[in-house]
Design a protein around this ligand. Structure first.
Ligand SMILES: [Fe+2]
Length: 248
């Protein structure tokens, strides 16, 4: 009998406290416009995913197709047309969800040129600019890009810092000090991208260095991971931070 006592105590303290599902109202990173990137394969799939977002308490989705000069040559007009198509279907289903679109820009020469030359880009809320980098080495233009973007009045958000092999806690702090907002992927906390991203996401939450959380939802597997997250202690912790999601 005595042997069971410590086990009971440990399991009591480790029991996750599920987060209420109506804290996070806005998701600002997903791939729900079919045909534009490696996200959903049909409007029907998008609708099934949007229904689950609704059940989780979300009321606004800012979906962000990839823009990458080598692979995904999307532009504001293409994205707007796909968004209009999806919204027409959403209005027929009667789901109470405000769906907007921006983009997830890959940091390449094309993107830097757009920012430098004041070409139109898709932003989120008050000039937030979601961007990603390659997954392996720190881009040599990163600091210069951040400086230019901020000088032009943009608020750069680095998508999923925890997923880059070159990212460290020190680098994340440096980027924040340069004015970059950080957005972790909720699925990272459940190990969807492996252990190193999970650990770095946890550390970033412990430091309180997270400005946004995103689903980065590409498909139905991701949205089911999001349902699981509400029982994850680090996700619960992240929701206690002054996240900017709901301000968008
Ligand atoms: Fe993404």
């Amino acid at each position: 009998m005595e042997k069971n006592i410590p086990i009971l105590v440990i399991s009591f303290f480790k029991k996750p406290v599920a987060a209420p599902r109506d804290i996070l109202l806005t998701d600002m990173h997903s791939h729900l416009l079919s045909g534009l990137d490696d996200g959903v394969k049909s409007h029907e799939e998008a609708i099934e995913i949007i229904k689950i977002f609704h059940e989780l308490g979300y009321r606004k989705l800012i979906t962000t197709p990839h823009i990458m000069s080598d692979y995904y040559r999307n532009d504001p007009a293409i994205i707007k047309q796909a968004l209009d198509e999806l919204n027409t279907i959403i209005s027929k289903t009667g789901i109470d969800m405000n769906v907007q679109a921006a983009a997830e820009y890959y940091l390449d020469e094309d993107f830097i040129k757009k920012i430098t030359n004041d070409e139109p880009v898709l932003t989120i809320g008050d000039k937030y600019l979601l961007f990603e980098t390659n997954f392996f080495t720190e881009p040599y233009q990163l600091n210069e890009f951040v400086f230019t973007a901020i000088t032009k009045g943009y608020k750069p958000i680095l998508a999923h810092p925890e997923r880059y092999q070159y990212m460290t806690l020190e680098k994340a702090e440096e980027l924040r000090n340069r004015g970059v907002y950080l957005q972790i992927n909720i699925p990272s906390l459940l190990g969807v991208y492996g252990k190193p991203p999970m650990k770095l996401a946890m550390k970033l939450i412990e430091q309180g260095w997270i400005d946004f959380v995103g689903s980065d939802c590409h498909n139905q597997n991701h949205i089911h991971t999001l349902e699981e997250a509400y029982k994850n202690n680090y996700f619960v912790k992240a929701l206690e931070l002054p996240l900017l999601n709901n301000s968008l």
